[in-house]
Design a binder for this molecule. Structure first.
Ligand code: NAD
Length: 249
């Protein structure tokens, strides 16, 4: 039996990077996975490849900022599988990477719309569906940038700090209603997002990390899997740092 055998799992931002890695691990561990993203071609390709390896995986378009898309995705999952057990709010953007002084309303709004409002809508529509199914788990995606301050990515850090607190607030609302809500806070992870930040910035970040390297996406996926699975049955409102020791310094 897999560690999430038979659990219906919705993953946002699942077309590439960490979301894709979560989709692969959850499928391997027996979950029925609904991969969602705005990158439809890549998302369809991930789902097709996993189906061809014998897994129960579908793809659906979901822009996390759209309440209409959220309603359609939850309805589609309930129609296909009759339930939703796990929601992984993973979609995110690094945004403008500007200081508070240089940031504009447009950059702020775009970053917080995807990283923060997207998680709000996921919780708003996903958690009741999980409750209807008799309980389950949500894993949100923060970042060490939601814990420690760094200059030059004000909106991103604001959005990730908010996700950490939204995780705790929602966890309190559902602690005795069968839905556990936790988050992971990765350090630097080798994905397209890290590439966007540039080689020099990545080198500096790795050098400032006690393990002296970035994470591979699967090293985050195992943490997400733990929090989503019944192995974490007494864990809610927690933030799991997966950061090579960065925040322990
Ligand atoms: N890479 C890192 O170093 C790092 C570190 C800490 C936290 N994170 C967080 O991890 C998560 C995954 O990032 P990643 O590293 O895999 O980056 P990535 O850019 O490879 O993947 C992000 C995914 O989110 C999707 N996405 C973006 N906007 C969307 C929207 N409006 N609706 C739906 N999907 C959307 C993208 O299409 C993409 O598939 C993000 O929340 C990110 O903030 C990343």
């Amino acid at each position: 039996m897999g560690r999430v055998q038979g659990k219906v799992t919705i993953i946002t931002g699942g077309a590439r990077g960490q979301g894709e890695s979560h989709a692969r691990l959850f499928a391997q561990e027996g979950a029925s996975v609904l991969v969602t993203d705005t990158l439809d071609e890549s998302g369809e390709a991930v789902a097709l490849e996993l189906r061809e390896s014998g897994h129960d995986v579908q793809y659906m378009h979901l822009n996390v900022t759209s309440e209409g898309d959220w309603k359609s995705v939850i309805a589609a999952a309930e129609q296909r599988w009759g339930r939703v057990d796990i929601l992984i709010n993973n979609a995110g953007i690094v945004g403008t990477m500007k200081s508070v002084e240089d940031e504009g309303l447009e950059g702020w709004s775009k970053t917080t719309a995807i990283n923060q409002q997207g998680v709000f809508l996921g919780l708003k529509h996903g958690v009741p569906a999980i409750e209807r199914s008799g309980g389950g788990a949500v894993v949100n995606t923060c970042s060490i940038n939601g814990t420690v301050g760094n200059p030059g990515s004000f909106s991103y850090q604001a959005s990730k700090g908010a996700v950490k607190m939204m995780t705790r607030a929602a966890a309190m609302e559902y602690a005795n209603r069968g839905v556990r809500i936790n988050s992971v806070s990765p350090g630097l992870v080798m994905t397209a997002m890290a590439a966007e930040e540039g080689e020099e910035s990545n080198r500096e970040f790795s050098n400032a990390t006690p393990m002296r390297r970035a994470a591979q996406p699967m090293e985050v996926s195992y943490g997400v899997l733990y929090l989503a699975s019944d192995e974490a049955s007494y864990v809610t409102g927690a933030d799991l740092l997966i950061d090579g020791g960065y925040t322990a310094q």
